[in-house]
Design a protein around this ligand. Structure first.
Ligand code: FES
Ligand SMILES: [Fe+2]
Length: 432
């Protein structure tokens, strides 16, 4: 390694970070080993493997893994690697199988990863090869689920998932509580979007409330102009509710507030957010009222966050029921996936709005997401310059308030990025 441990620690200062964090492939590899292998990383939702034998594949950091439901209905996260000579066992994004079978020499595995069969086994007679030795099975990752959202870790001694989420778990609870039946399920497929930038730029943008009024101004103005052309009395269109709030003022974003937690998690909003004024579908309201009663329903629907990060891999929008998942590929390449969720027990109009939001804001054909991506490209390019080695994050420094388990600050504070980098430093130095 070309850096000393002290040099790595010094790359994050209270109000600035070193540009190597975005431009050096060696730092990226270290992040995969020290952050991504030790944090709880989001894998998928249990509803994506609905039946015995259902599976989905993905990369955990650089490691290929498969989430699968076994014949006892237990969900496992397994290394997608054959115990023989290491071939990747399943290659498709998702599907259903009775057992795993390697494409190379035909070793077969149960759905929980245990080695089932080796062709022409007598060739091993007299050697010390033992088919029942667990080292030849598919290896399991430590995994836990929170309200159906499955996370895994390679940390041999992790905090339990709920403890690790801390107060940020309230937002995932809220996402699920917004369903009259208290559960959500993945629906409508995935939008995959390649970002030619470092993975941290995407999550740093998440609660960056100083950019929407600049970066998204043109689309907001176009949307407002279009809305003006609609004839008087036309039914209110969902698009008209979704796009204009991105042009809210500094003061509006300031009021939403940002809350940060240990391990790098944070959200903006709480009392209010840019989603707070969405129309309440009367059919949905009736279903919620029936399920929860008035007081509890109001409590659920008035917890208005905008974006929440579970550092480093998962961002969610509870009020809109979609999530974005971060899959880093290289120091300058990241895949962002958007998944949408159906609120069980809610009318179809709710899922329709979620899918519309995902398309309008998050897809590669959307009007808002590509604005952000342009800014990331430019940062990735600009940071090649050695004009300065540092990127600043001073805004509201020392004015954030420390409460028992969280930091709270104004909505325009850099509290969110300071929260991320304090976790970055902790993972990168303590795991060394
Ligand atoms: S590598 Fe899988 S059976 Fe040989
Ligand atoms: Fe943005």
């Amino acid at each position: 390694m070309s850096y000393t441990e002290q040099q790595i620690a010094d790359m994050v200062q209270p109000t600035k970070v070193h540009r190597s964090l975005y431009t050096d492939p060696e730092i990226f590899d270290l992040e995969m080993e020290r952050i991504w292998a030790n944090a709880w990383i989001y894998i998928g939702h249990e509803s994506q493997v609905p039946e015995k034998g259902s599976y989905m594949t993905l990369n955990y950091g650089k490691v290929p893994v498969v989430m699968v439901r076994d014949n006892d209905n237990d969900v496992h996260v397994l290394h997608n690697r054959c115990g023989h000579k290491g071939a990747k066992l399943v290659d498709r994004p998702c599907g259903k199988i009775p057992a795993f079978r390697c494409c190379y020499h035909g070793w077969r595995y149960r759905l929980d990863g245990k080695l089932l069969g080796v062709p022409h086994l007598q060739g091993y007679d007299g050697t010390d090869f033992d088919k029942d030795d667990p080292q030849y099975s598919m290896q399991k990752m430590t995994s836990e689920s929170f309200r159906g959202f499955v996370f895994a870790t390679m940390n041999p001694n992790p905090p339990d998932l709920r403890t690790w989420m801390g107060g940020a778990a309230d937002v995932m609870d809220n996402l699920c509580d917004r369903a009259p039946e208290g559960e959500v399920e993945a629906a409508g497929g995935v939008l995959r979007y390649e970002h030619e930038c470092n993975w941290k730029m995407f999550i740093e943008n998440l609660n960056d409330t100083m950019h929407p009024m600049i970066v998204h101004r043109s689309v907001v103005e176009s949307a407002l102009d279009y809305i003006k052309t609609l004839p008087e009395g036309s039914p209110r269109r969902d698009e008209a509710e979704i796009i204009p709030p991105f042009g809210a003022s500094y003061e509006t974003f300031e009021e939403t507030g940002i809350t940060g937690f240990r391990f790098g998690h944070h959200y903006d909003g709480g009392k209010t957010s840019i989603h707070a004024k969405y129309t309440l579908d009367p059919e949905y309201e009736a279903a919620m009222l029936k399920a929860y009663g008035k007081e509890r329903m109001q409590e659920i629907l008035s917890f208005n966050t905008h974006n929440t990060l579970y550092y480093p891999s998962l961002t969610i929008k509870s009020a809109v029921q979609n999530i974005r998942v971060v899959r880093p590929i290289a120091y300058n390449k990241t895949i962002i996936e958007t998944w949408s969720f159906r609120l069980k027990g809610a009318p179809d109009s709710m899922l329709k709005r979620t899918l519309l939001y995902s398309r309008l804001i998050n897809s590669n054909g959307s009007m808002v997401g590509p604005d952000d991506l342009t800014a990331y490209f430019r940062m990735q390019e600009g940071l090649q310059s050695q004009a300065s080695d540092w990127i600043e994050m001073h805004r509201n420094f020392a004015r954030d308030e420390k409460l028992e388990d969280r930091m709270v600050g104004k909505g325009t504070s850099d509290l969110d990025v300071r929260t991320q980098f304090s976790a970055w430093r902790e993972y990168m130095t303590e795991a060394a």
